[in-house]
Design a protein around this ligand. Structure first.
Ligand SMILES: [Zn+2]
Length: 317
């Protein structure tokens, strides 16, 4: 089958074997995938991953012991867990000590004709959530996770730093809860989407940080973004880190100590909640689609996803 592989270099291969299906897992025929910043980071060496890339997908179940899932259109949670370690037993299976992660840790990803995931990871999609929306379930779930970790209400002042793919999803999720939120970004075209959703936005060059925000959510994946976030959050406020990145220079973390900032790391979130938000049309994801590529154009697609002004890049076989 065709697959987009990374082993210190990116290759599109056509002779990758269709994956074997371990017990309890399902073979998925991939319908469409999304390019994520994590994929881009991996091509720069993040996680030392080698194998098939990709973790944002919508697929059809091709083979599965659970007959009820056969032929169903699904999305899948990307953490594959052991169910027996202390984290799993303690109800924190997303932090399983033996986990593999689709296209990120020790498991081939979805930038291919087929991939495999445990049947328990799959979520059948309602008809209201089409293939274009479905590739956003994984990143939208990650956005929802912030609201599960930090209490916010109509009196909480929230700033999202970063007007990219993830920042725009996080801002919509927070706004949907009736929480006052603004987005700070550096791309006017991306920020203009906020107007459509009635979310306030500011260009980074127009910002005077005053250390007055209750909650600041960094979605930039950059040293500059994180430092700005530390200048925006009030003393004893909460700073949520949503992006993994390799710092390009030493960071001054003193404000965390001096201002007694609560720092919260935030990763994957609840798929069911994300699917429901889309089915309810509470979140607009399809406006984020910038361009579509064929799977065999993956190197061009991944390069395009890094260009200024580009939000979500999709690929199909
Ligand atoms: Zn485990």
């Amino acid at each position: 089958m065709q697959a987009v592989r990374f082993d210190s270099q990116l290759h599109v291969v056509t002779n990758q074997p269709v994956p074997m299906v371990p017990k309890g897992e399902a073979l998925l025929r991939v319908r469409q995938v999304g390019v994520c910043s994590t994929d881009i980071e991996i091509t720069r060496g993040y996680m030392g991953f080698s194998g098939t890339l990709g973790h944002e997908f919508v697929a059809t179940v091709e083979q599965c012991e659970d007959r009820a899932l056969m032929g169903k259109r699904v999305v899948g949670e990307i953490n594959c867990v052991c169910t027996s370690c202390d984290m799993c037993v303690g109800g924190l299976s997303n932090h399983c000590r033996n986990r593999t992660v689709l296209g990120i840790v020790n498991r081939d990803g979805c930038f291919a004709e087929f991939c495999v995931l445990p049947a328990n990871n799959l979520h059948v999609l309602p008809d209201q959530v089409d293939d274009d929306m479905a590739v956003f379930v994984e990143p939208l779930a990650a956005a929802v996770q912030v609201t599960k970790q930090v209490r916010m209400d109509s009196k909480t002042f929230v700033t999202v730093v970063g007007g990219g793919r993830l920042g725009l999803l996080v801002a919509q999720v927070v706004n949907n809860l009736g929480v006052p939120v603004r987005v700070i970004g550096r791309d006017a075209a991306k920020l203009s989407l906020c107007e459509r959703w009635q979310i306030r936005s500011r260009h980074v060059k127009d910002i005077q940080p005053r250390k007055d925000q209750d909650v600041v959510i960094d979605c930039t994946g950059s040293s500059d973004g994180l430092e700005l976030a530390m200048q925006l959050v009030r003393p004893r406020g909460t700073l949520v880190l949503k992006s993994t990145f390799v710092p390009t220079r030493p960071l001054n973390l003193a404000p965390i100590v001096v201002d007694e900032i609560n720092v919260i790391g935030s990763r994957c979130g609840p798929f069911a909640a994300a699917i429901q938000l889309m089915a309810d049309r509470a979140i607009d994801v399809t406006s984020l689609i910038s361009r579509r590529f064929k799977l065999d154009q993956a190197p061009a697609a991944i390069e395009h996803a890094q260009k200024p002004g580009v939000l979500k890049v999709l690929m199909r076989g």
